[in-house]
Structure formats: structure tokens, C-alpha cells
Design a protein around this ligand. Structure first.
Ligand SMILES: Cc1ncc(COP(=O)(O)O)c(C=O)c1O
Length: 457
């Protein structure tokens, strides 16, 4: 909890101004910061971090998700320090760590017989899509509106179209580029679907089935808030892709090593042809991977499809992943019991606190990831959010922003964008949960009071 007194971010603002002189926009990844909330980081430990003004926060953003064991986890840090002081950092030769991390990963992730390492989720997804196109000899990849698979020209399409518009264009399978500078022709290799909508997917396969190389999907859609699959939806995707000779790619960059040690495919028992992984795999160090059946990965093994990178499988990343996977395997019961129990309590408690204060909302979560969607005035009476279109129709940016601000002042940080999601780590404890729920109750009351005073509630 923050100390009593005025909450200011003066030092953060001054630092950000200095940074923005040399760093374009003051940050090296879009949407990392929110305009007006240029919070500069000092240090992190466990479930908490401190900004340069000295405020302490319980962290539910966790570096966008990699910090599954919290900030600066001692065993991971020690393994990396030992690796770089005794062995170096980049070798570009095979070494024992390739074997150790590869073997553990293959044992943990059901759909992966063979794997290749990469540096980021963006790279892993690009490689997976190329592999699927090479394997099937087809061009089109189906991806979901409101999904995110990295910022590449090939996938950065239809992420959050019209998110701030009162009159969103109706859904179309035609992709829309989400940035300037993306060649329009790249869109010809994509089709856009609605997550959790079977008829929509059937329509796409009816029309374009012979051209579809793969369906690329976050098995739990985690880039439009947090949207679990409807019962049977992942099985449906498995069947329809198989029927049409297309591959199923699970982008488990967020869900992998998080909703279960073997990711969403372990949790739901649906095995994709190719899996992409990143974030939690490195416990805070930059590593990603893609893998699949021996048959599909055979194209990589025989170098029939190109994947490369100077820094792939570097010693720093593999030393981290090696210990991350070892800890997960050795302590899986205890760690996932903790993540699931605290996740459920927070998810439920935050939603209840907001409802009791009069803020209509839907909270959805799977274990250690969840999100709260606040209803905007006139929002449809939904019992759950099933896809991006629901999120668009239902979500109030204004109420989310106000709640975020009130939570920040009470020492709780989560991503400031209304369609990101909350992450929990194994470092969060009972005290964090208690303080977060107390803060949520106060924050919700404060937001409701503001809205009432303005005649908006
Ligand atoms: C589902 C998903 N795939 C891919 C990516 C891209 O990963 P990276 O930021 O490591 O390039 C992200 C990033 O948030 C993601 O959420």
C-alpha cells in the first residue's frame, strides 16, 4: 500500500522526458506505457516492484507475463550468472543445454516431439506459420480477430480494429493491417475468424478450405482481455483442420508453462500440430520456441524450410529456461495449486468488489490469468465474453481507466490498457491477495462515487 499523502509521479515524468530525447516515444515496444502514465521502473523483487518515485506496487503485469516466478527469482538469476561467468553468452555451437532444455520441454508439452529455439514470440510464430505453409503447400493462415501473434508484417493484422470507435465496421474475414507500413499483399495470405464461433470457421473452410495451411490461435484468447474457449471449441478446431488437411497451431506464448506446466494443450487435452512458446519459458530471460510432431518438424530437421538467428539458443536464455523447467517439473503440484487458488480468489474477489460498488462487470480467468471487463453504459446484457466482438460491444474504457488509476494509487499495478490481462506469479502470497482485495473494494467505491458525482452511474 502506498504511504499516505499526495501520489505523484514527478521523478518518473522527469526521467521519461530525458529518455524520450533519445528513445523514440520513450519506449522500445509500443503500448508499453500509457500516455500520462509514464511510470519509470526502479527495481523489482518477488511479486512487487518500485518506481523511481519510491512507490511500491503489487505487480500483476509481470513484464507482460514472463515473470512466472516473480521479479528476480533467485534460482534463475543464479543459474544465469553462473552460466555467463563460467561459460560465456553466445556460442553458436550445440551444447549440453540444448539437450537439457529440449528434453524437458518435449517431456512437458504434449504436442511437441521436437523443438527449435527462437528469441521472441514474434519470431517463433513467424517460423511456425512458415513451417505450416511449407508442410501443406498452401498459403492462407486463419487467425482470430482480437488475437495477437507478434508485430511481424505477416501477423500484425486485425488486432483490435475500431477499438475506440462508436461505429465499428462489421466483422469481415478480410484482414485489416494494424499498423502503417505493412504491405497490403501480405493480407492475401491471411483470413480472419471470430474466436469461439464454429459457424464462422465452417464458413471459412467451406469457402477457402483448399488454400488454408493452418489455423493459428491462442487456445485461450489472452489479447482481448481473457477469453477461455467455449466447451468443445478447441476440439472442433482440431477436427475441422484435420478434415481439411490443414494444421492447427496453438500460440502458447502466454498460456504455455502457465495455465498448466504443459500449457493449454495439457489443460484441455487438445493437441495441436505446432506450438509456439515464449514468456514464462524464460522466467524473465528472453527465449522462445516452436515445436511439433517429428513429421512436421522434419522439414526443419532436413533444412527444407529456413529458420535461423544469431542469438537463438544462446547460453543466457537456455541457462534460464533450464532451471525454469526444472523447478516447474519438480514442484508442479505445489506451484499450480498456488497459482490456481490465488488466481481464483483474486478473480472472484475483484469482480465481487466492483459489483458491490455498483460497477457492472464480467471477470473471466483461467488459473493465473484473468481480466475484468467493465460494462459501458448501454452494454448488452452478456453473461460472458466469447470473442473480440463481445469485448468491443461490452467494455468501458472509461471505467477501466478510472479503476486502474485508483488501484495504482493503492499500490496495485496491472496493465493500463483495457484489453490486456492480469498475470499472477508463484511469488504472490496471502498478503498480496489480501491487500489487492482491500484495494479493489476501496478503488471500486471511489470509481462509483466519481461516476455518481458526474451523473454517470
Ligand atoms: C499470444 C502472443 N503471441 C506472440 C506474442 C509476441 O511475443 P513477443 O513479444 O515475445 O515477440 C505475444 C506477445 O505478447 C503474445 O501475447
Amino acid at each position: 500500500m502506498q504511504a499516505e499523502g499526495r501520489f505523484t509521479l514527478d521523478k518518473s515524468r522527469a526521467m521519461f522526458e530525458r529518455i524520450a530525447k533519445s528513445i523514440a516515444g520513450g519506449e522500445s515496444s509500443y503500448a508499453r506505457l500509457k500516455k500520462g502514465l509514464e511510470l519509470c521502473f526502479d527495481r523489482g523483487q518477488g511479486s512487487r516492484f518500485w518506481d523511481v518515485d519510491g512507490h511500491e506496487y503489487i505487480d500483476y503485469s509481470l513484464g507482460y507475463g514472463p515473470l512466472i516466478f516473480g521479479h528476480n527469482p533467485p534460482e534463475v538469476t543464479a543459474a544465469v550468472v553462473e552460466a555467463i561467468t563460467t561459460r560465456g553468452s553466445v556460442a553458436t555451437f550445440p551444447y549440453d543445454l540444448d539437450y537439457e532444455v529440449g528434453e524437458q520441454l518435449v517431456q512437458m508439452v504434449p504436442g511437441v516431439d521436437q523443438v527449435r529455439f527462437a528469441n521472441s514470440g514474434t519470431e517463433a510464430t513467424m517460423a511456425a506459420a512458415r513451417l505450416a505453409r511449407a508442410y501443406t503447400g498452401r498459403t492462407k493462415i486463419v487467425q482470430m480477430e482480437g488475437g495477437y501473434h507478434g508485430f511481424s508484417d505477416t501477423h500484425y493484422w486485425s488486432i483490435h480494429p475500431d477499438v475506440y470507435s462508436d461505429n465499428p465496421a462489421p466483422y469481415s474475414p478480410e484482414p485489416r493491417p494494424s499498423s502503417r507500413g505493412i504491405p497490403p499483399s501480405y493480407g492475401e495470405a491471411l483470413l480472419i475468424a471470430q474466436y469461439n464461433d464454429r459457424e464462422n470457421m465452417e464458413m471459412l473452410f467451406d469457402r477457402y478450405g483448399d488454400d488454408i495451411a493452418a489455423v493459428l490461435v491462442e487456445p485461450i484468447q489472452a489479447n482481448s482481455g481473457l477469453i477461455p474457449p467455449e466447451p468443445g471449441y478447441l476440439e472442433f478446431l482440431r477436427d475441422i483442420t484435420r478434415q481439411h488437411g490443414a494444421l492447427l497451431i496453438f500460440d502458447e506464448v502466454i498460456t504455455g508453462f502457465r495455465v498448466a506446466p504443459g500449457g493449454a494443450q495439457e489443460l484441455y487435452g487438445v493437441i495441436p500440430d505446432i506450438t509456439t512458446m515464449a514468456k514464462a519459458l524464460g522466467g524473465g530471460f528472453p527465449i522462445a520456441a516452436f515445436g511439433g510432431s517429428e513429421e512436421v518438424m522434419g522439414l526443419e530437421a532436413r533444412n527444407e524450410v529456413m529458420h535461423g538467428g544469431t542469438y537463438t539458443a544462446n547460453l543466457v536464455a537456455l541457462a534460464a529456461a533450464n532451471v525454469v523447467l526444472r523447478i516447474m517439473r519438480e514442484r508442479r503440484e505445489e506451484l499450480w495449486d498456488r497459482l490456481n487458488t490465488y488466481g481464483a480468489r483474486l478473480c472472484q474477489g475483484i469482480g465481487d468488489a466492483c459489483r458491490e460498488a455498483g460497477l457492472r462487470n464480467i471477470v473471466q480467468g483461467v488459473g493465473p490469468i484473468w481480466h475484468i471487463f467493465f460494462a459501458k453504459p448501454g452494454a448488452p446484457d452478456l453473461d460472458r465474453i466469447r470473442n473480440y466482438r463481445d469485448a468491443l460491444a461490452y467494455s468501458s474504457v472509461e471505467i477501466f481507466d478510472r479503476f486502474h488509476d485508483q488501484m495504482l494509487r493503492r499500490g496495485v499495478y496491472f496493465h493500463p490498457y483495457h484489453l490486456e490481462r492480469w498475470f499472477l506469479s508463484t511469488a504472490h502470497d496471502e498478503r498480496d491477495v489480501q491487500e489487492t482485495l482491500e484495494a479493489a473494494a476501496e478503488a471500486a467505491e471511489a470509481v462509483a462515487a466519481e461516476l455518481r458525482a458526474e451523473g454517470k452511474l
